[in-house]
Design a protein around this ligand. Structure first.
Ligand code: ZN
Length: 197
C-alpha cells in the first residue's frame, strides 16, 4: 500500500467515526492502488482534529510528536492496527481483531477520566492529553462501534474502493460510498459496457 499523507480533507461518509477511520484507506480492495492517507502520526492528529475525535490540543500534539518521534511512530503503528481491527472485526468477524479492540479499550479507560461534557449536560471520557490521546479516543469509538447494532454496516459496491459506512438510507439500499464518486463511475462504466460489449 502506498502511503500518501498530508491529505487536507479526510472523507466522512462512514456515518460513524470508526468507519470514517477505516475509510482513510483509499482503494482498500486493490493492493496495487491502495493508498493509506494516515501515513504518519501527524496525519492521525489531523484526522482526529477534523473529525472532532480529539477536538482540542492539535497544535500541542504535533509539537509533542516532533519532540518525541519514536513515541509518535509507535502510537501511529498502534492506531493503524486499531483501524485495521475495526475493519476486520466488523467485516471479517475476526476474533483477534475484537480482542485487540478490547485490550486497547480497557487500556484507554484506565488512562482517561469521566468528565463533564463541555457540549452538553452529560459526561464523557477525557483521554490523556499526551501522545497516547488519539489512540485512546479511537479505542473508545472502536468499542462503541463494534458493540452497537451493525446490521446497517456496508462496504461500497465498487470492486476496488473498499470504503465502509452505516446504511441509514430510508430503504436500506445504499450501494455506494458516494453517489457522485463510485456510484457515478460505476453507472458510466456499465453504460459503456452495454454500448461496447
Ligand atoms: Zn466507493
Amino acid at each position: 500500500m502506498v502511503a500518501a499523507g498530508t491529505t487536507t480533507t479526510f472523507p466522512e461518509v462512514g456515518g460513524h467515526a470508526g468507519f470514517d477511520l477505516v475509510d482513510t484507506v483509499h482503494w482498500r480492495l486493490d493492493d496495487r492502488r491502495a493508498i493509506d492517507t494516515l501515513a504518519s502520526y501527524d496525519d492521525v492528529v489531523r484526522w482526529c482534529s477534523q473529525t472532532g475525535v480529539v477536538p482540542e490540543g492539535t497544535r500541542e500534539l504535533l509539537d509533542m510528536a516532533s519532540g518525541a518521534p519514536q513515541t509518535a511512530a509507535r502510537e501511529h503503528t498502534a492506531v493503524i492496527a486499531l483501524r485495521e481491527a475495526i475493519y476486520e472485526a466488523v467485516f471479517e468477524s475476526s476474533e483477534s481483531a475484537v480482542e485487540l479492540i478490547a485490550r486497547e479499550y480497557v487500556d484507554a479507560l484506565t488512562r482517561s477520566v469521566l468528565d463533564h461534557d463541555p457540549a452538553g449536560p452529560s459526561w464523557s471520557w477525557r483521554v490523556p492529553s499526551d501522545l497516547t490521546g488519539p489512540r485512546a479516543a479511537i479505542a473508545v469509538l472502536a468499542h462503541e462501534l463494534i458493540t452497537s447494532d451493525l446490521g446497517a454496516a456496508r462496504q461500497c459496491g465498487d470492486d476496488a474502493c473498499g470504503w465502509v459506512y452505516l446504511d441509514t438510507s430510508p430503504r436500506h439500499n445504499r450501494i455506494w460510498c458516494t453517489a457522485a464518486g463510485c456510484g457515478n463511475r460505476n453507472r458510466v462504466a456499465r453504460h459503456q459496457a452495454r454500448k461496447h460489449p
